[in-house]
Design a protein around this ligand. Structure first.
Ligand SMILES: NCC(=O)N[C@@H](Cc1c[nH]cn1)C(=O)O
Ligand SMILES: [Zn+2]
Ligand SMILES: [Zn+2]
Length: 526
């Protein structure tokens, strides 16, 4: 109750005009029943009355913290790893589980088939996309919410301190794969909706949902579903705004609203020297080894300072203007804390704040990810791998089109391969998604900023993000509407990494943030 009081007081301080009304709501709320019920009038007609609802919702969210953790535990326990076909059934189970939850809050839902993907020549069925609709009141704004239910792979033996698919609470943090990317935020929307119901209030907006289970593997089939099916069917006709919660604050204390993402161009460089693995004692010295070729090729891609070696790759990068340069100086970002949180000895660019931000947001970067077919497990295995696949990606930036980047990479790799002169077989394939930026001066962003100030009592930073959510630009094009990223998690959540977590505070305050965002957007003109 003390924390609730403190928060309520902070909330009141944000808007002193309605303080008295809020206090009366809060007082009644302590006996835990819905008060200030105004379901017969829409918030748009009576915004001041509607402002009384949020304190009740915040209290409701605090009261239900344990059940929110419980639901996240259930979601994390489903290992919906999209990159490995052996977990495909779990992906389907995850989508169906979420469908059940959306139905429970009254949404009409559909599982849309998106066909097949080809893996090593085999056709593998893609998990369905969960599409939902909640509310159909023409007087209300409609928000389309996107999220993903798949996760990156995780094994305890990768170096996790606890089982990755068991949500574990420790020191105010909820550890588990998908806790922050993206199951926690997806559930956050569900809990925000539930909180409106819980205090007996009508949702102030209509909602449309697109939840997929292939985001971490290139969102296969999703663009076609959105552009060739849902759009012609009129799914986006009444959508006014699009919101995605699938990224993180820049640091650990200051909230952000995000208006840009880098794209991704992901490559599989395959080299084959034999039709099977070979005993290195028997065959070593007699064959041109695939791994030797691959290491040579991978070493041509980027230099030790992170400069990409692919010819022409920087040509289309937008030049830095003086105005843009200034933006980086005002961003609140502690490079030392960032360095410390990942345990690095020294950051690139001498740790210069502006340079670090620019290289995360507006310049491309190339990363080497791994080698399939390599003897990566512990122990002194002595084979010559017959076939290896080197994996690397380039985070691409506005103005860089995936087709153009892919062509530059293919040309460069083919040239280097020809110079190398190996008799082995080399093939390279790619999978790409575009970068995205949005207008952060739009009223939609101002509404999200007001919601953020209510919860965190500080002005959010307008940030960009180095990661990629390929469908963002598709949603922007399909809807023709303003798209906004509203992160729930903190900058040190370690998405994709060992010991991924979400802070209890970010999860719970994030639910309130989503509820406040729905409320603020309901007040925008249509
Ligand atoms: N939270 C967004 C995210 O993690 N996106 C992935 C997308 C991806 C992965 N492989 C191909 N695309 C990312 O790595 O940025
Ligand atoms: Zn991710
Ligand atoms: Zn994600």
């Amino acid at each position: 109750m003390t924390s609730c009081l403190i928060r309520s007081v902070k909330y009141i301080c944000n808007d002193i005009k309605f303080a008295a009304a809020r206090v009366s709501c809060l007082t009644k709320n302590y006996i835990n029943r819905p008060v200030c019920r105004i379901s017969s009038v829409t918030p748009k007609e009576h915004p001041k009355m509607a402002d009384r609802i949020l304190p009740q919702i915040f209290k409701y969210v605090d009261d239900n913290t344990e059940s929110y953790k419980q639901l996240l535990k259930e979601a994390v326990a489903i290992p919906s790893v999209s990159s490995d076909v052996k977990y495909r059934k779990e992906c389907v189970r995850m989508v169906e589980w979420m469908q059940g939850k959306l139905k429970e809050v009254g949404a009409t839902t559909e599982l849309r088939d998106v066909g097949y993907q080809t893996i090593a020549g085999e056709q593998v069925k893609l998990p369905p996309v969960l599409v939902g609709v909640l509310g159909n009141d023409s007087k209300k704004n409609t928000i389309c919410i996107y999220g993903h239910l798949d996760v990156q792979p995780a094994l305890k033996s990768d170096g996790w301190e606890t089982e990755p698919f068991e949500l574990v609470e420790r020191d105010g943090k909820l550890f588990g794969r998908g806790s922050t990317d993206d199951k926690g935020p997806v559930l956050g929307w569900l809990h925000a909706i539930n909180a409106y119901k819980g205090v007996g209030e009508e949702l102030p907006v209509n909602l449309k949902f697109v939840f997929e289970c292939m985001e971490e593997s290139g969102s296969e089939g999703l663009d076609e579903l959105l552009l060739e099916k849902l759009k012609p069917e009129g799914f986006f006709k009444d959508v006014d705004y699009v919101c995605i919660s699938d990224n993180y604050w820049l640091g650990t204390t200051k909230p952000c609203i995000t208006y840009g993402l880098r794209g991704i161009s992901y490559y599989f460089l395959e080299i084959e020297c034999a039709k099977m693995d070979l005993h290195s004692g028997v065959y070593g010295g007699t064959v041109h080894e695939a791994m030797t070729d691959l290491i040579h090729m991978m070493n041509q891609l980027v230099d030790k300072n992170g400069r990409i070696q692919v010819t022409g790759i920087y040509d289309s990068v937008a030049p830095l203007t003086e105005n843009e340069k200034k933006l980086y100086t005002t961003i609140d970002f502690d490079t030392e804390a960032y360095r410390h949180s990942i345990g690095a000895t020294k950051l690139a660019h001498n740790g210069d704040k502006e340079q670090i931000l620019m290289h995360r947001w507006r310049y491309p970067s190339l990363s080497l990810h791994g080698i399939e077919g390599a003897a990566f497990q512990p122990g002194a295995k002595t084979v010559i791998p017959g076939k290896v696949i080197g994996k690397f990606s380039i985070r691409i930036v506005p103005n860089q089109e995936p087709e153009e980047v892919e062509k530059l990479v293919f040309d460069y790799v083919n040239k280097k391969w020809a110079e190398h002169g190996s008799p082995n077989k080399m093939t390279i394939t790619a999978q790409s998604g575009r970068a995205w930026t949005e207008n952060p001066d739009h009223p939609h962003y101002q509404a999200a900023a007001r919601a953020t100030r209510l919860i965190y009592l500080t002005e959010p930073d307008m940030s960009r993000e180095g990661g990629s959510i390929p469908v963002t630009i598709t949603l922007q094009e399909a809807s023709g509407r303003n798209v906004l990223l509203l992160p729930m998690g903190a900058g040190d959540d370690m998405a994709h990494s060992q010991n991924e977590k979400i802070n209890v505070r970010n999860y719970i305050e994030g639910i309130k943030l989503f509820a406040a965002y729905l409320h603020e957007v309901s007040k925008l003109s249509k």
